[in-house]
Every structure is written in structure tokens, then in C-alpha cells.
Design a protein around this ligand. Structure first.
Ligand code: FE2
Length: 272
């Protein structure tokens, strides 16, 4: 039902990964460490004046985690520590929120707990087997199915503990049980969960993570993620998001962009 969705406007949060230039000149190892972190504070104020008074508190597209879902997260997080699944989950929740903006017909009360809990079943698979389960060319379907079943079982307990709306729980569990192995989407809610999960791979955090799963350089990881995402999404909005993310990562790898990055690391020239 979700193969040919209608296209609506969409927005998605973009994570800006930047570098720490000043310290890298004298201490290059600091750059390597800092370049994997999201920049949270300005390194300078080149304009020289305070413009913060003109910034809105809650502009469109900037989202928060509501308290009900935050309570689910607190119970899920200990079960998501394998292979960076905790951070993956938070970013996937963000993407699902953005997709929900474009699909008012979808039930957010089903989508959001489903995406928050979809991977908790990996906690029941031996850590040494987790990457074997999803490795290109050597996947273990039995382990994929195990994490889906165990995920649904654990999610039922968490949602009950949180006092979640019982009328929604079975739909949430149906999505979790089959979220990787099922080729088709059961509903628009299932489609959004699947798309948010996959689209994450092309985010800066997704590419970083996949590099270390399989010992790939950034270009290899981008190509692997692109071939496993494009053509496999259900909604037009996720498709547009994924194309944009692939394009940005591609530009990062262009020699022209790399020369700019190398120049800024070496001589402190500001990045544009
Ligand atoms: Fe996932």
C-alpha cells in the first residue's frame, strides 16, 4: 500500500558535523578525535555582534523528545548498547518524526514507540554474532528473525511498564516483529519505521558507524549504504531525504572539498 505515496512537504533535522581547527594545528591527533564529534559551540564570532535575539525558540523542523517517549527511551537504552544501536535509535526517531510531518494519516502513537524499540531485540543476540547477522553477503537470517521476535517480546514489557495505550500496543509489536525481514510494509506506520531505520545509514552518524562495523573507508561505506538504501524505501519523502544525504556525503569526498578541509586543518583558513 505504501509503494506509491503522495508527496507532501517535509523537513528533517540536519546534524552539522564540523571540526576543531585551532587545536589541530599544534596537536593533529586532537583533530582526529574532534572530527568525530558534533560541534556544539562557536569557535569564533566573525561578525562580531550578538545576533541571538533574532533566533526563534521553536522554529519548524527543530524537534524535542516528548516526556512519554523519553520514558520509553530510559527503559530501552540499556538494551541498545550493541554496535551503537542507542545513537542509531535516537537518530531514527528523529527521522521518523520528520516523516510523520509529511504523513498526517499515520498514527504517531504507533510509529514513535515502534521506532524507539525496534532494535532492542539485538540485546538477546550474542554481541559477537550481531554483525555477522547483517554483514553484506553473509547475513544470518536466523539471527535477524530472533532479534525481531525478542524485540517484540521485550517491547511488550516496556510499553506495559510505561502504561502505554493498550489499543496501540499490538500494532507497535506487529511492526517490530518483521521490521527487517518483511519485504512489504503492513501500513503507513510500518513504512515510516522501515524508512527511518534505513535512511539513518546515510546520515553522518550512520556512515561513521558502518565504517567501523566493517572496516571500510568513508567512500566504501557511503557506496555500501547507498546501494542498500536507494530503491528500498517506501515513502517519497524518505527517498528525497536519502538522496540528499548521499549527495552531501558524496561532496565531502570530492577532492575539491577534501582540499578545502586539508587547507583549513593546516593553516586555519575558515571553512565556508
Ligand atoms: Fe535499526
Amino acid at each position: 500500500m505504501c509503494r506509491k505515496p503522495t508527496l507532501n512537504a517535509f523537513a528533517f533535522p540536519f546534524q552539522c558535523v564540523s571540526t576543531e581547527r585551532e587545536s589541530s594545528v599544534a596537536r593533529p591527533w586532537v583533530y582526529e578525535q574532534a572530527s568525530n564529534m558534533t560541534k556544539l559551540h562557536a569557535a569564533a564570532n566573525q561578525y562580531g555582534r550578538d545576533i541571538s535575539g533574532g533566533i526563534e525558540a521553536e522554529p519548524a523542523g527543530v524537534i524535542a523528545l516528548d516526556s512519554e517517549l523519553a520514558a520509553v527511551w530510559e527503559l530501552a537504552a540499556p538494551l541498545l548498547r550493541v554496535r551503537d544501536n542507542d545513537a542509531h535509535t535516537l537518530y531514527a526517531v528523529g527521522l521518523a518524526r520528520a516523516l510523520l510531518d509529511a504523513h498526517s494519516e499515520a498514527d504517531a502513537a504507533v510509529v514513535l514507540p515502534a521506532i524507539m524499540l525496534h532494535d532492542i531485540g539485538w540485546s538477546q543476540v550474542p554481541p559477537s554474532d550481531v554483525l555477522q547477522a547483517i554483514a553484506p553477503g553473509g547475513g544470518r537470517l536466523d539471527l535477524v528473525l530472533l532479534h525481531e521476535k525478542e524485540g517484540a517480546r521485550l517491547a511488550a514489557g516496556i510499553l506495559a511498564e510505561c502504561g502505554y495505550d493498550e489499543a496501540k500496543i499490538s500494532a507497535v509489536l506487529d511492526i517490530i516483529d518483521g521490521h527487517d525481514s518483511r519485504r512489504d510494509a503492513l501500513s503507513i506506520e510500518d513504512a515510516i519505521v522501515k524508512d527511518a531505520d534505513k535512511t539513518w545509514r546515510l546520515s553522518p552518524h550512520g556512515v561513521d558507524t558502518v565504517m567501523d562495523w566493517f572496516g571500510l573507508d568513508r567512500g566504501q561505506a557511503l557506496r555500501l549504504c547507498s546501494q542498500r538504501v536507494h530503491g528500498h524505501l517506501f515513502t517519497a519523502e524518505a527517498n528525497a531525504m536519502a538522496r540528499a544525504l548521499s549527495a552531501l556525503e558524496s561532496v565531502t569526498l570530492w577532492p575539491q572539498r577534501q582540499r578545502l578541509l586539508n587547507a583549513s586543518r593546516g593553516n586555519g583558513v575558515p571553512e565556508g
